[in-house]
Design a protein around this ligand. Sequence first.
Ligand code: TXA
Ligand code: MG
Length: 316
Amino acid sequence: MNRKDTLYLTADLDGIHEAAKLLRAGELVAFPTETVYGLGGDARNDDAVAQIYAAKGRPSFNPLIAHVASPEAARRHVHWNDAAERLAQAFWPGPLTLVMPLKPDHGISSLVTAGLDTLAVRMPAHPAAQQLLRSFDGPVAAPSANPSGRISPTTAQHVREGLNGRIAAILDDGICNVGLESTILGLAGDPTLLRPGGLAREEIEAALNQELHVHQQGEALSAPGQLLSHYAPDSAVRLNVSTPQGDEILLGFGDMDCDLNLSVAGDVNEAAAHLFSALHLLDKTGRPIAVAPIPMHGLGAAINDRLSRAAAPRDQ
Ligand code: TXA
Ligand code: MG
């Protein structure tokens, strides 16, 4: 693809307006959200969305999340329901993506949905993301701003390392404080957890007052981007390790001896916020990575999901 001079924009008024202008022109802009940096393009513009796939080197069967400024904006594109209303009231803006049936005149590029009859919608909480969405005034398709199959970016520097020269601009506003992608919930039928993420399943179940159906690996169509080998560092990754072997570098959790600690206090939220930065950092050492056990409660489920993908046998 054509080499671009990637602009670096700070997230002040001028930077936000410049970023919105680029989106309107069909260009790609990486922007911060509370989960990870997203690679944004106009969700109604086929050319812009095609560029997202090209810049990431992403398999084209993988649908994207449409980011919106408000629940009203989401309702322009999808059939809303009571569960969505309740969840939006409780958790939007925030790290929760809802997959819902498309309306007939939805206006969204079929490259965003990859031809499905549902659309993933999310209202991000990060102030810069909200300002950008309001200024752009339309749906922004945005996968995580990393080359396909690589670790997701939680800083503008991570984005630069992966996508410099391939996109029009990076809007820099520091570190993403949740640090894990959004939780994806299917609401086309019974509420179904399609991807664990930055909002704990327990919180969603409490808000809906019901247990979620959990999508099983191999079950037909869930979040189709959930390839087993994903979020992969270059180095080998071994999980649930208490004693590292050979040259392994140990990523710890809780009060223990290790090379780098996700959370000395043993707090899963803090560990989630540090996970991808830690993997980026350890990967640069070139040593095999060993990871201490992480509990499964709260965001621990999503951390273990991402780690098991990082450790899975590589398929490419
Ligand atoms: O936190 C996040 O969700 C970040 C930030 C940038 O918002 N975005 C993100 O996007 O993680 P991405 O493209 O890396 O992951 C989107 C996931 C994929 O696994 C995709 O298969 C799933 O959403 N998805 C999108 N549309 C879907 C649909 N209609 N049905 C089921 N899954 C869908
Ligand atoms: Mg991703």
